[in-house]
Design a protein around this ligand. Structure first.
Ligand code: ZN
Length: 579
């Protein structure tokens, strides 16, 4: 046996499963396919592995069905653990409890009430990674049961966001597709006295819930039956009645104090328009949809933890299959609002102009700013399934992004707050500049220079005041000897001090006067400092760039030397991605 113990266990487990599915006879090709799907790390050794797999399959096929079953049970746990660990892209996700290869179904259930942000990316990536890890299925389910919040443009935005992240769901559906079914389950709960129609005023409900006291509506199931008929036949007005779960009004867990299952909402739903007025809450729709959709593992953020008991209680009373629930921590950054509600407020109040404003954590904004989906995926996986409340530093995401873009970005020159530098005796010539110090695929560019350049005021003043020699990158060394001023401009005059490259000489970027192109760079910072809106969250830096920059398409990633990585946003504007 050439393979290691762990690999052997995986082959055995997959072989046994296949055998049990086909009356005791495993098929070698099916087993190989499955192994390749869930053990990416073995693909390279496929040639050597095939004889080993054949041998194991032969041994399995001579066993009786009951022996095969017993053997699979014996190694089941080890197998799952192994598969969770070995594929490198899953490095940070622990194995899922009770997961079986081929039988895992996860779901990503966003509400189409806004543009997707990095918090959604985290959930969707985790859901997808687990589905792929176990060779299972991912369902994208639009959780659209509140017509007041949902819009068609948001369904599209979520689809586009997922596509950008490289996430391909196996099935796409809407909770609203199942609205009649959900109504039927609601009626069933009323019939078996597990829910009731409450017509109390919202304030009364609120007060009684806080005190842990039930209302009159809870007492007589016949009254509820009557009222529910009225409710579903649209005889109640909005806010006149809700359906509540019969939980436990004195429970320590307030989520169980008779939560709302259905409410009447008058609104134009993006898919069902005005057909439906009685809408289920997330608390009611989620467990039923998960159960009926065949979800094996429902992964949700930690803030739902208190509602897990309710999730299971609803399924219990309806006698429906229960998925496993697993939590992970919600993604938060300092100073960046990661909630659709907060982002919406910023837009409505005119503080932020659009959903792709580079200060926002929406996927549109992150794309516009220059973050790559690969970096976001790596970042999410680096956080793993931890429940820790600590906020991950945005620097981690930046450094993962930098590692990917650094080898692919042209190094170009931008000069902020430019001043003129005249170099005495410099001759007009064409210089060839390398676009990248070691990626030769990025070629070179040619720039016409004479004796007049732009450098930044900050550099010029510093070198003049300290008398320091400095180097114009790829040109020559100079020293500023004089500042000439007229009424409007300062012109710095320098002499050449040689061509020799010296380690200690500061090297600065420049733009030839003839080649200068007015340019702006947008710098996005945290929207909040503590609780306060950060007035400096959006800075626009004016300067000049090489005219070459104007020929680059929107979306091109570049690095402005001594400034940072940027994404071209338009002919005259780039956005700083990060330093
Ligand atoms: Zn009531």
């Amino acid at each position: 046996m050439l393979v290691d113990k762990d690999t052997e266990t995986t082959i055995k487990a997959i072989g046994l499963k296949n055998a049990l599915e086909y009356n005791g006879r495993a098929r070698t090709d099916a087993v190989i396919a499955k192994i390749m799907a869930c053990r990416v790390d073995l693909r390279r050794d496929l040639k050597n592995l095939i004889p080993e797999i054949k041998e194991i399959v032969q041994k399995i096929n001579v066993l009786s069905l009951s022996d095969q079953k017993a053997l699979l049970e014996q190694i089941g746990g080890a197998k799952v653990k192994q598969e969770g660990r070995t594929d490198r892209s899953y490095a940070h996700l622990p194995p899922l409890e009770y997961a079986e290869v081929g039988n895992v179904v996860t779901r990503f259930p966003p509400e189409p009430n806004g543009y997707p942000h990095i918090g959604h990316a985290k959930a969707a990536i985790i859901d997808e990674e687990y589905a792929r890890m176990y060779n299972g299925k991912l369902i994208l389910r639009f959780d659209d049961t509140n017509p007041l919040n949902e819009k068609l443009e948001y369904y599209d935005a979520i689809n586009e966001g997922l596509e950008w992240l490289g996430i391909k769901p196996d099935t796409v559906k809407n909770t609203s597709d199942d609205i009649q079914l959900l109504h039927d389950y609601g009626k069933k709960l009323i019939l078996n006295d597990s829910a009731y129609v409450c017509t109390c005023k919202p304030e009364t409900i609120h007060t009684l819930r806080a005190k842990g006291i039930s209302c009159e509506c809870r007492k007589d199931p016949n009254i509820s039956l009557d009222r529910s008929k009225k409710m579903f036949s649209n005889s109640f007005a909005q806010n006149e009645a809700i359906i509540r779960f019969k939980g436990n009004m004195s429970s320590q867990n307030t989520a169980l104090r008779d939560p709302t299952l259905f409410r009447i909402i008058e609104g134009d739903h993006p898919k069902l328009h005005k057909q439906i007025r009685v809408w289920p809450t997330y608390d009611f729709a989620a467990p039923i949809e998960d159960s009926l959709d065949g979800i094996t593992h429902a992964l949700r953020t930690k803030e739902y933890e208190l509602r897990n008991a309710l999730y299971f209680a609803i399924l219990d009373r309806l006698n429906l299959r229960k998925p496993f629930l697993t939590e992970f921590s919600r993604l938060e950054f300092d100073g960046i609002p990661i909630s659709k509600r907060k982002i919406k407020q910023l837009i409505e109040n005119g503080i932020v102009k659009s959903w792709d404003d580079p200060r926002l954590p929406t996927l549109m904004a992150m794309k516009r700013r220059g973050f790559l989906p690969e970096a976001i995926r790596k970042f999410v996986l680096s956080l793993g399934m931890t429940l820790a409340e600590t906020k991950p530093p945005i620097k981690t995401l930046e450094s993962l992004n930098r590692k990917i873009i650094d080898p692919q970005c042209r190094r170009l020159f931008f000069v902020k707050d430019p001043v003129e530098l005249q170099v005495l005796g410099a001759v007009s010539k064409e210089v060839v500049l390398r676009n990248h110090p070691n990626n030769i695929d990025l070629y070179v560019r040619k720039v016409q220079v004479s004796n007049s350049f732009y450098i930044s005021r900050e550099d010029a003043l510093e070198f003049f005041n300290t008398g320091t020699e400095f180097r114009l990158i790829e040109l020559f060394n100079v020293k500023i000897v004089e500042i000439k001023s007229d009424s409007q401009n300062q012109v710095f005059v320098a002499i050449q001090t040689g061509d020799e490259m010296k380690q200690s000489t500061p090297k600065i970027q420049w733009v030839a006067k003839e080649d200068a192109y007015p340019y702006k760079i947008i710098i996005a910072r945290e929207l909040y400092r503590g609780e306060e809106y950060n007035k400096d969250s959006l800075e626009i830096v004016d300067g000049v760039a090489e005219s070459f920059v104007s020929s680059l398409n929107r979306g091109t990633m570049i690095q402005f030397v001594r400034f940072g990585f940027c994404r071209i946003d338009s002919n005259e504007v780039a956005i700083l991605t990060h330093r």
